[in-house]
Design a protein around this ligand. Structure first.
Ligand SMILES: NC(=O)c1ccc[n+]([C@@H]2O[C@H](COP(=O)([O-])OP(=O)(O)OC[C@H]3O[C@@H](n4cnc5c(N)ncnc54)[C@H](OP(=O)(O)O)[C@@H]3O)[C@@H](O)[C@H]2O)c1
Length: 317
């Protein structure tokens, strides 16, 4: 149970990746400011988290079952928390999907939305009545840069993250009236099982209904480029956990945090041209016509936005 003065933080999807590292970072906070309710849909996957948190388990962290796709599971979990009191909700659970859209069944589309969109809405609906009563709370959503800028062959996943962005952007305005903050964490690529789960067996898989030309672009152009992007720009889940903790600890938590500054130009490109053509055509050109120089562009971008270059520009002496 949380000690007086500790903030109760509920996190979804803590069996691996970003959720696991946020739970670990908060549970190991030196000043023990947090009591973490780490949740996962399958408690058989708890070992990695327990190994990472070590002695904090049972002191500043407890484990609960929670499937964000189930009304019953969400209600059972929240009701078992003392006074239903949650100071900070971190919506992290999510699934990816990468494929030419014509080979994706509507069931698969629904399943992505069930977790990434309805799961987030279900969790938020469950916690806001109590937060409103207390006139305090913070809701954090692990979104994605793909909630701001679509990426080829990630159509369904990007649509789910756009949906969550729209939902939160709207809700944030109302909740401020009740002193409840909403924050979106928007990582680019992160080295977790997410990437593996999405790409596992992708080369062997059949893509019924997909023409040979599209399949060629998917397997021979997009997938190698995506591997390059992950290798060049990928962050660690620990970095995302740090950014999330920083957002939690500011007096006026920011609404949006792009964890990877290398993605700022991509988002700016979209905003710079109201027709939308600049970003669509530039991304098309970059992937299909300039594949060879794409890696070089990414490395240049990395250099230009590097902290050492930026500090030299800001502080000439
Ligand atoms: N990795 C990236 O490149 C990246 C980039 C931007 C944003 N994100 C976002 O970051 C979040 C975390 O992803 P990650 O990279 O840490 O991937 P991950 O290692 O695959 O973790 C995803 C977590 O979500 C859980 N989950 C899936 N469906 C669930 C459900 N119905 N109920 C409860 N938990 C469920 C998974 O549990 P199981 O183990 O049971 O499947 C797992 O614990 C996601 O929202 C993702 O969209 C990831």
């Amino acid at each position: 149970m949380a000690a007086p003065g500790q903030k109760v933080v509920l996190i979804t999807g803590c069996s691996s990746g970003i959720g696991l590292w946020i739970a670990t970072l908060l549970a190991k906070d030196e000043q023990q400011r947090y009591y973490v309710i780490a949740t996962m849909r399958n408690l058989q996957k708890k070992e990695r988290l327990l190994e990472a948190v070590g002695e904090a388990y049972g002191k500043t962290l407890s484990l609960f079952t929670l499937d964000v796709c189930s009304d019953e599971s969400v209600s059972e979990c929240i009701s078992s928390i003392k006074d239903r009191h949650i100071d900070i909700l971190i919506n992290n659970a999510g699934v990816g999907l990468v494929s030419p859209v014509e080979c994706v069944s509507m069931e698969e589309v629904r399943s992505v939305f069930e977790t990434n969109v309805f799961g987030v809405i279900r969790m938020i609906k469950a916690v806001i009545p109590d937060m409103k009563k207390r006139r305090a709370g913070h809701i954090i959503v692990i979104s994605s840069t793909m909630g701001l800028q679509g990426v080829v062959f990630n159509d369904v996943y990007a649509a789910s993250k756009f949906a969550v962005e729209g939902f939160c952007e709207s809700l944030a305005v109302q909740l401020l009236k009740f002193n409840i903050n909403v924050s979106m964490i928007e990582p680019g690529p992160v080295h977790t099982e997410f990437e593996l789960k999405m790409t596992e067996g992708i080369y062997q898989k059949d893509y019924p209904g997909c023409d040979a030309e599209t399949l060629h672009y998917f397997k021979n152009v997009y997938l190698p480029a995506s591997v390059d992007v992950f290798q060049t720009l990928g962050q660690s889940p620990q970095q995302i956990a740090m950014s999330t903790k920083q957002v939690m600890e500011t007096r006026r938590p920011r609404f949006r945090t792009l964890t990877n500054p290398l993605y700022t130009p991509l988002v700016a490109l979209k905003m710079a041209d109201e027709s939308g053509d600049l970003s669509v055509r530039s991304l098309h050109h970059l992937l299909f016509n300039l594949g060879g120089v794409m890696k070089l562009s990414m490395n240049t971008l990395k250099c230009l936005t590097c902290v050492c270059v930026r500090s030299r520009t800001v502080q000439p002496d």
